[in-house]
Design a protein around this ligand. Structure first.
Ligand code: GDP
Length: 294
């Protein structure tokens, strides 16, 4: 039996979430109050007969950041990667960019084994073109292994899990297989609302958007939750709320549905959007969101 913690990194759009979902099979999978995982957000767990892979998020490693929030995330990410057993660097086949290069530079300074996943190989119709690309990428770093794959076509996913497992320490499963929810339910609420917002906005408001759970009451089979969506400017608030509040209503409905499924309870979810000027530059504001490092 092997088990360990793996983080998926890479620039936006290479297919990290697609890969994670394809591997794990369902979204927000487990969470736990165990102290050894408090620095990580657990994204999902892959259970295999001969081992368990726990995927965690280390947000700051994805790109090079400028502002206060980003600096903190980078520091948090830098310390977080020391606790993981393997870093899976995802890139897109035949699309190496400066951003990939920047991520690679950061990974070179990390003391953890890094494996390369070359995603979207389904796009390369002529397979003879794949080999030179694999050779070129393989030469960039001393990778733990290199795996060409397709997250959406599920190509090579089993091979990937196998290669990862082989490089994890020997030990029992870290989590029971039937454990489905956890961490802190408020955290799941803010993550899911945030995800729904970003998906439905079609417009990137990177880090400009934070969800804070203000009230959480559990009574019988009903969770009553109030959450504030914090944005930086009036203009962003208009976008979040939408014409006649339609946008926010849609987000609320889809978030509620997902939460009900996740928790197995009825959920009553109230969302508000409020403006906080430049919160991402303000360390005090960051603290409120639990983002400070001390
Ligand atoms: P992330 O930003 O790295 O998490 O990337 P996403 O998982 O959101 O994927 C970005 C886009 O790439 C989406 O449109 C996916 O459908 C697409 N994508 C992801 N994996 C593959 C793949 O294996 N093949 C192809 N053709 N598209 C993919």
């Amino acid at each position: 039996m092997r088990s360990g913690i793996v983080t998926i990194v890479g620039r936006p759009n290479v297919g990290k979430s697609s890969l994670l979902n394809a591997l794990v099979g369902h979204k927000v999978s487990i969470v736990s109050h165990k102290p050894q995982t408090t620095r990580h957000r657990i994204q999902g767990v892959v259970h295999q007969p001969d081992g368990q892979i726990v995927f965690v998020d280390t947000p700051g490693l994805h790109r090079v950041q400028k502002r206060a929030l980003n600096r903190m995330m980078n520091e948090a990410a830098a310390s977080a990667v020391h606790d993981v057993d393997l870093i899976l660097f995802v890139v897109e086949v035949a699309h190496w960019t400066d951003e990939d290069e920047a991520v690679l530079q950061r990974l070179r300074n990390v003391n953890t084994q890094v494996a390369l996943a070359i995603n979207k190989i389904d796009r390369i119709k002529d397979r003879s073109k794949l080999l030179p690309e694999l050779q070129r990428l393989s030469a960039l770093h001393n990778w733990a292994f290199v795996m060409p794959l397709s997250a959406t076509k599920r190509d090579n996913l089993e091979a990937l899990s196998k290669e990862i497992l082989q490089r994890l320490p020997e030990g029992p499963a870290l989590y029971p297989e039937d454990m489905t929810v956890g961490y802190d339910d408020s955290f799941a609420v803010s993550e899911i609302v945030r995800e729904k917002l970003i998906r439905s906005l079609h417009e990137e408001l990177p880090y400009a958007l934070t969800v804070e759970v203000e009230q959480y009451e559990r009574e019988g089979n009903l969770d009553t939750i109030s959450a504030i969506i914090w944005v930086e400017r009036e203009g962003q608030k208009k976008i979040v709320i939408g014409e006649n509040g339609e946008q926010l209503k849609r987000v609320g409905t889809s978030a509620r549905r997902e939460l009900e499924q996740l928790f197995g309870r009825k959920v009553f979810l109230r969302l508000w959007c409020k403006v906080r000027e430049n919160w991402s530059d303000d360390p005090k504001a960051l603290k409120r969101f639990g983002l400070s490092l001390d």
